[in-house]
Design a protein around this ligand. Structure first.
Ligand SMILES: NC(=O)c1ccc[n+]([C@@H]2O[C@H](COP(=O)([O-])OP(=O)(O)OC[C@H]3O[C@@H](n4cnc5c(N)ncnc54)[C@H](O)[C@@H]3O)[C@@H](O)[C@H]2O)c1
Ligand SMILES: N[C@@H](CCC=O)C(=O)O
Length: 541
């Protein structure tokens, strides 16, 4: 602790830039995009502050142009993962003793680097690696990431200020120690902000980290590491290993010093990792913390009192932004019969106006899905819907992977509320809609609650307060983020802490103090000023 009780800057959300034609930010990001897409980058492993080139490499290509190579990245072998772990354990010795304000300074600096000199680069990398439009890249790689970094510093000090009562003869203090051992971050492809935040927030709380990014997000992971390095994250505090997720994870989870998993990704993988941790439990020196934010089958339910245009807009943006590749994306909707014709017309008009193609053309609303595996899975469900008698495709349905992994925004209407695409997370630009009888609102709420194993996000649209209240109660456990008269996506750090329960995760709310609390192990220190010298009670017997 420094010699002062310091206040940190009050966290404010980073304003989202418009990228209007002729704006300086548009020129800057296009320039960065063109430079980066026309050159070749080499991404090493990052262990102990060194760039490690293993010679075993894999190429990187944008999902919207899969034959175009933008670089290669190096793959770890087991010994590199072991190095990353021993390095993290070594770095922890000094990092865990670093005064909090020094740690805060590093990550506040990282936020400002992204807000300024790295903004175009991190957005362009996200457009290339994950095929995000500039608008989606800006809200993610720039603004959400900056917000995570700024707000986490504030949450950290809020936590540190949480102290017990003391008396005149004994002073009670709680220190929030980093976890003993090293921590492990496993991150998904779809948000650069999540990829950066998972290791960063553990490091902010004094932990040393081994980070395994997604193979489909390597380019933007590299820019994150450039930022961390320039911000001054010391050697060995965040170590990055790319490659075989099973080998890397087996190596990490079999280490006795493993002390925490910060995972975001699919439900099945998270459950497998949890199981593996359970199987290793006798080997660990401490009970590992397990935080996982996972899949969703997010819903929109409209009441007959809703405004049809608002419902259609919630679907258009909630289901199709970033090709539906958000854990929060609306992927099932329940529309009352009396509203359907209008909702359908507005929705079809919206979809007709969507342009699809490369993110370099900033008039495109839809770009490619992340990789061939995802493309093939989506195409299979779409083909199945074309064949099934209880499903009808009313928009989209086309798929083309000749140049990029392009799936048309697709709307399936089903007569079976438990139809497969009403229940299964597809993670793509496909929404399934069930039309219900207007007077079956209560029964439909029950259906919404019972249809999926997930409970991540959901939205109700209605102008009737009674209907809103009924939905709020009936769907209490159906979503960790519940939206009234809005789309179920687009949570903002500091405003809508994010996460879900049931199969959607541990609901430790990314972008909140609650999440940071998982990465510390409090120690209570009681200091007694006049130490007793007689064991007897004042009155014994
Ligand atoms: N709830 C949330 O906050 C949230 C946020 C973003 C994404 N997601 C979810 O993430 C998924 C999409 O992301 P994805 O495709 O990158 O997910 P994914 O589960 O395929 O991959 C996530 C991470 O796990 C790693 N991984 C894969 N197999 C593994 C294994 N056997 N052992 C260890 N690690 C393994 C991957 O390499 C990657 O780093 C969706 O299910 C989405 O809902 C959830
Ligand atoms: N924070 C994002 C979801 C992150 C998951 O992919 C949202 O609210 O849309």
């Amino acid at each position: 602790m420094g010699k002062g009780i310091f206040n940190v800057p009050i966290a404010v959300n980073e304003p989202v830039k418009s990228y209007a034609p002729g704006s300086p930010e548009r020129d800057a990001v296009l320039k960065a995009y063109k430079t980066m897409i026309n050159s070749k980058v080499e991404v090493p492993l990052y262990i102990n502050g060194e760039d490690i080139k293993t010679g075993n490499t894999r190429t990187m290509s944008p999902p919207h142009d899969h034959q175009h190579v933008v670089g290669e990245y190096h793959l770890a072998e087991q010994k590199h993962v072991e190095d990353a772990i021993s390095t993290a354990l070594e770095a922890r010795k000094t990092w865990s003793q670093m005064p909090w304000e020094q740690r805060a300074g590093i990550f506040l600096k990282a936020a400002e680097l992204i807000a300024g000199p790295y903004r175009a680069k991190i957005n362009a990398a996200t457009m290339i690696a994950q095929s995000k439009t500039i608008h989606q890249a800006e809200i993610d790689a720039a603004c959400e990431f900056i917000d995570f970094l700024r707000f986490n510093v504030q949450f950290m000090t809020d936590i540190y200020m949480e102290q017990p009562e003391s008396t005149s003869d004994a002073w009670n203090r709680v220190e929030y120690r980093p976890l003993e051992g090293f921590t492990y971050a496993v991150t998904p492809f779809n948000f650069t902000a999540i990829a950066g935040n998972l290791p960063a927030c553990m490091a902010l709380m004094g932990n040393a980290v081994v980070w395994k990014p997604s193979d489909s997000q390597v380019y933007s992971a590299k820019v994150i590491m450039d930022v961390f390095k320039e911000a001054g994250v010391p050697e060995g505090v965040i170590n990055v290993v790319f490659g075989d997720p099973v080998m890397i994870t087996n190596t990490v989870l079999s280490n006795p010093d493993f002390s925490g998993l910060h995972f975001t990704g699919s439900t099945f993988i998270f459950k497998e990792l949890w199981k593996q941790i359970g199987e290793n439990i006798h080997n660990y020196k401490t009970y590992p913390r397990i935080v996982g934010e996972t899949g969703g089958k997010d819903f929109i339910i409209a009441h007959k009192s809703a405004n049809a245009k608002q419902v259609a807009t919630a679907i258009s943006r909630g289901a199709f932004e970033f090709q539906g590749q958000k854990c929060s994306a609306a992927s099932r909707a329940y529309i009352p019969k009396s509203l359907w014709n209008d909702v359908k017309q507005y929705l079809l008009d919206d979809i007709k106006s969507f342009k699809m193609g490369s993110p370099e053309d900033m008039s495109n609303f839809i770009t490619a899905v992340i990789h061939e595996g995802s493309f093939d899975k989506l195409a299979k469900y779409i083909d199945q819907a074309k064949a099934d008698s209880d499903a009808e495709i009313i928009a989209g349905g086309g798929c083309d992977k000749s140049k990029g992994y392009f799936i048309e925004p697709t709307v399936v209407v089903t007569t079976d509320p438990k139809y497969t695409t009403m229940c299964t997370e597809l993670f793509g630009p496909v929404i399934t809609i069930y039309i219900y009888e207007d007077d079956a609102y209560s029964a439909t709420l029950k259906l919404v609650d019972e249809t999926s194993e997930y409970a991540l996000t959901g939205a109700v649209l209605s102008t009737c307060r009674y209907a809103i209240d009924e939905a709020t109660k009936a769907l209490q456990n159906s979503a960790g983020n519940f939206y009234i008269n809005d789309k179920p996506t687009g949570a903002v750090v500091g405003q809508q802490p994010f996460g879900g329960a049931r199969a959607s995760g541990t609901n430790d709310k990314a972008g909140s103090a609650q999440n940071l609390l998982r990465w510390v192990s409090p120690r209570l220190i009681k200091e007694t000023f006049v130490t007793p010298t007689d064991y007897r009670y004042p009155f014994l017997g």
